[in-house]
Ligand binder design. Structure first.
Ligand SMILES: C[S@@+](CC[C@H](N)C(=O)[O-])C[C@H]1O[C@@H](n2cnc3c(N)ncnc32)[C@H](O)[C@@H]1O
Length: 218
């Protein structure tokens, strides 16, 4: 990680991260940025397959929430109930695996519109770098997860640079893994996070990293 490594403090609104950590180049609303439809894939086929293989390995089934979602959720096997949450209505409505969808800006309102313990698992693919209030969001994920459920974040080395937080752009790939690990540790409510590179170093394709942790006991 770049910057100082202060201990987290509840009195500090940035939860102990250095000043400017969550700054972004584009200060216009996310609603405006994500208004145009983008029916694209943000990682290559190898990385998409790695996301799906991880979901299978961790048995991400049952009632599942895909946070910061779009028209594609990457599950090899569709969960029994998949709720997708993101910014673009047309993309979410077109997601063939979704049972239902909700447009919700997590930077404007980090409170999740779901009751406690609604989901068996929560996933977030190639999007954690856009969160400006991640600790609040991770705490909300812990609240809506059932005990033992996993919160699985995956990411690569591509992004919309004007919408990614400054610390993400300033770090290399191991540094980004550490940022996500710190989100879990500082949010609390989860067991120890696991971090792995999920694509081979020599593949030549998009790298795929994952950080996940299970909700602690209620
Ligand atoms: C790079 S795309 C990834 C989409 C999808 N998860 C995937 O794997 O293809 C980033 C996604 O994050 C969502 N997103 C960005 N900012 C958000 C915010 N403030 N609140 C909720 N979702 C957001 C957008 O709707 C967009 O679909």
């Amino acid at each position: 990680m770049t910057g100082d490594e202060r201990e987290p403090s509840e009195a500090d609104s940035d939860h102990g991260f250095p000043p400017g950590f969550f700054d972004r180049a584009d200060l216009t609303s996310d609603e405006r940025f994500y208004r145009p439809d983008r029916f694209v894939t943000h990682i290559d086929d190898g990385a998409i397959a790695a996301v799906g293989a991880l979901y299978d390995e961790l048995d991400v089934t049952g009632d599942v929430l895909d946070l910061m979602s779009s028209w594609i959720s990457h599950f090899p096997n569709t969960p029994e109930r998949l709720v997708v949450l993101g910014m673009n209505e047309s993309e979410l409505a077109a997601n063939p695996q979704a049972s239902s969808w909700v447009v919700h800006d997590l930077n404007e309102r980090p409170v999740l519109p779901f009751a406690d313990a609604t989901f068996d698992h929560v996933v977030c693919c190639v999007s954690v770098d856009y969160l400006t209030r991640p600790i609040e969001v991770f705490r909300e994920v812990a609240r809506v997860l059932r005990p033992g459920g996993a919160f699985v974040l995956t990411f690569s080395n591509r992004c919309f640079p004007t919408k990614a937080i400054r610390a993400w752009l300033a770090n290399d790939e191991p540094g980004r893994v550490e940022i996500v690990r710190q989100y879990f540790l500082r949010a609390g409510g989860f067991e120890a996070p696991v971090a792995q590179r999920r694509t081979p170093m020599a593949s030549g394709g998009d790298p795929l990293y994952a950080v996940w942790a299970r909700r602690g006991p209620a």
